[in-house]
Ligand binder design. Structure first.
Ligand SMILES: CSC[C@H]1O[C@H](OP(=O)(O)O)[C@H](O)[C@@H]1O
Length: 368
């Protein structure tokens, strides 16, 4: 997407042909910083410390992380160590495993001397595929926004609530939950986005809001706890969120707080859509609440806040009493029964085994 008129992706190969450029998302919204990954360790750190985040971007970064690793050590042992190092960075987004397995399958059969080039090539294919997939999600999702606009009548904006950041910053380009917003906005459909701040890391307030400001999309940042109230008062026409792992039965794992929004949407008859690229589907599991590993992150993400001071400095403060224990589960699971539909690159389907297999029949052949 464009940042001040310049087209960016979130990850790309440097001009040197081997190091990898990323947007350091821990610096947004106040600083736009592009940094360079030159090793497996730096790629792993970028994922773990959330310089890059979002399931599809995690997968693409892992793919490039393997390429960087194989450039240094293309042996079987080197490959396995690199895969294990990257797998250990974050447990929830299935795209991490998917990206690693995708590159490993490509390079494993090759002679060590051929592996790095093949890994870079596969990482580039993954990145290009993700951008195309997300654009397609945008087209399919924009049709839902258009239908809501037609129901509301001319001039009335469609009010869309989203949680966390599932925009182009969470992918290689376009985004998942925000892709329909960008496409509908470009089609001239009147819309407005309620942006959940998304405690504790505030991906909504710091990343989604930044994306929408840069793209000129009308939006309002709200406290996470305001969403149910807005739905009760008819001020939300539909919700669109992303996901880090969706099961073969349509259960959706996403940023903490998503489940609560889905409950409020269900109680108020507000359509609750989940946008996802097919690499985010974990066909191996069915019961999301019981089978999806939920990342527990550092409690300081809850007990501390980082922001811009009045004189332009970035400072961190503590908001809890010294000595208060803190828990910080980073994701939750929304059962399929609370999901109106899934928006994929192949179209919109029910959050159910039948709905998913109708769009991905090849999965039936392999027993999902
Ligand atoms: C398109 S994936 C977006 C997804 O990833 C975010 O998690 P995190 O920022 O911790 O990587 C969040 O769950 C988003 O919905």
């Amino acid at each position: 997407m464009k940042v001040d008129g310049i087209a960016y992706r979130t990850i790309w190969l440097d001009e040197d042909g081997w190091s990898v450029r990323i947007i350091d998302q821990t610096k947004l919204p106040h600083r736009f910083v592009v940094t360079r990954l030159t090793s497996l360790a730096e790629a792993a750190h970028a994922i773990r410390a959330m310089l890059v985040r979002g399931a599809p971007l995690i997968g693409a970064t892992a793919a490039y992380g393997l390429a960087l690793a194989l450039r240094a050590d293309p042996s079987d042992a080197g490959l396995e160590t690199a895969a294990a190092t990257l797998m250990a960075t974050r447990p929830t987004a299935v795209n991490l495993r998917w990206g690693i397995e995708r590159v490993r399958a490509r390079v494993q059969p090759l002679a060590p001397a051929e592996r790095a080039a093949a890994a870079y090539d596969e990482a580039a294919v993954i990145a290009d595929e993700d951008a195309a997939i997300c654009r397609s999600i945008g087209e399919h999702g924009a049709a839902l926004i258009r239908a809501a606009a037609e129901r509301k009548g001319p001039g009335e904006p469609v009010n869309i609530l989203t949680h966390c950041n599932a925009g182009w910053l969470a992918t290689v380009d376009w985004g998942t939950a925000l892709a329909p917003v960008f496409v509908a906005f470009e089609q001239g459909i009147p819309l407005h986005v309620w942006v959940d701040e998304t405690r504790p890391r505030n991906q909504g307030a710091s990343l989604t809001a930044w994306e929408l400001v840069k793209h000129g999309v009308p939006h309002t940042v709200i406290a996470d706890n305001a969403g149910g109230h807005l739905m009760q008062h008819g001020r939300v026409d539909l919700c669109i969120v992303g996901t880090d792992r969706t099961t073969a039965d349509g259960d959706v794992c996403n940023k903490i707080g998503t489940y609560l929004k889905a409950l409020a949407a269900h109680d108020n008859g507000v359509p609750f859509y989940v946008a996802l690229p097919s690499p985010t589907i974990d066909w191996r599991i069915h019961d999301g609440v019981r089978e999806i590993p939920i990342e527990e992150r550092d409690g300081r993400e809850v007990s501390e806040l980082t922001g811009l001071t009045g004189d332009g400095r970035i400072e961190t403060i503590r908001v809890t009493p010294d000595g208060s224990p803190v828990a910080n589960p980073a994701f939750d699971v929304t059962p399929a029964r609370y999901v109106t539909a899934l928006i994929t690159e192949r179209g919109v389907c029910a959050a159910s085994p039948g709905g998913l297999l109708a769009l991905f029949p090849e999965r039936a052949a392999v027993g999902v």
